[in-house]
Design a protein around this ligand. Structure first.
Ligand code: MLT
Ligand code: MN
Ligand code: ZN
Length: 295
């Protein structure tokens, strides 16, 4: 199974258009590599690809990665697109894929409804792009030679659909992880998750490779850096650090572990910082754009 990181960043990307935080300034100045918004490509053979989340940066991400270039007039090696939630960083790229080339669009019914309730997505022609509702726990073929299964992880409704009160640890079809297998190897992709539960630990116990939510280093990061007013929990994202954080909670998982969906404020992006050293000493890697992983 082949993976290609199209965008390692969370919503906003690195640098973010309106941000002068240390990481964004360093990325603008070429001190650390810039990175696009959240997307991962997967392929059973290195030829045909499935895109896991369609980021607003997808056009550039496709240009930057030869594997995704057309090989004929009006062609794509992309067989399918799968969405793990309805956030803007995961769905807006669909609008760039509207040019009448067929692929299959997989998502839960809840996430498909986010698209059908927003009429701009009607530009993605349903006659060419087959929208398939996928039930939780049901095995389905993401493309020939690649099986997938969706499962609920604690999360919330998309930011732009939040009401006056927001449950941030909803378990349902609005925020999912995906299990991927080619038969021999098993990988999990979970770019948004509010909490590691017993059910999640049981689910991912057979992982060879795990891609996991690395949005924030700690729960107060947005507040501490002066970039926002919400905690990580309020945003529906577990922290990397701390006793309840992902490094501690996932330490028993035997898989190769990679952080993905990393917010531009996260101090682990600094190559020489103590946070990155901590992450790497804990056996995790931090995804970067263009990175290829084969298992
Ligand atoms: C998130 O991951 O929390 C969302 O992408 C936030 C957003 O929509 O900007
Ligand atoms: Mn996001
Ligand atoms: Zn920034």
């Amino acid at each position: 199974m082949h993976f290609l990181v199209l965008g390692a960043s969370a919503g906003g990307g690195l640098p973010q258009w309106n941000c002068g935080c240390r990481n964004c300034v360093d990325a603008s100045n070429g001190v650390i590599p810039p990175s696009g918004q959240s997307s991962l490509a997967v392929s059973p053979d290195g030829e045909r690809w499935s895109i896991l989340n369609a980021s607003p940066d997808i056009r550039q991400q496709m240009l930057d990665n030869l594997q995704l270039h057309p090989r004929a007039l009006r062609d794509t090696p992309v067989a399918s697109v799968l969405l793990t939630n309805g956030d803007i960083d995961h769905i807006a790229g669909l609008l760039s894929l509207r040019e009448q080339t067929p692929f299959t669009l997989f998502a839960t019914k809840d996430i498909q409804e986010v698209l059908s309730e927003n009429r701009i997505f009607d530009a993605v022609n349903r006659e060419k792009v087959d929208r398939q509702d996928i039930a939780l726990g049901q095995d389905f073929t993401l493309q020939k030679g690649l099986q997938a299964r969706l499962f609920a992880v604690p999360g919330k409704v998309p930011l732009f659909m939040e009401g006056d009160t927001v449950q941030t640890d909803l378990i349902g079809g609005q925020t999912v992880g995906v299990r991927l297998t080619t038969g021999d190897k098993v990988a999990y992709y979970i770019p948004g998750c509010a909490q590691v539960t017993e059910a999640l630990l049981d689910q991912i116990a057979d992982a060879d490779q795990l891609f996991f939510d690395g949005t924030l280093w700690d729960d107060n990061e947005m507040i501490r850096t002066g970039t926002g007013i919400k905690t990580g929990q309020r945003m529906g994202h577990i922290s990397v650090s701390g006793p309840e954080g992902s490094i501690a909670q996932l330490q028993g998982i035997r898989a190769a572990k990679t952080f993905i969906h990393i917010n531009n404020t996260n101090p682990m992006l600094q190559p020489d910082g103590p946070e990155r050293a901590f992450v790497e000493n804990a056996g995790w890697t931090i995804a970067c754009d263009g990175q290829e992983i084969t298992i």
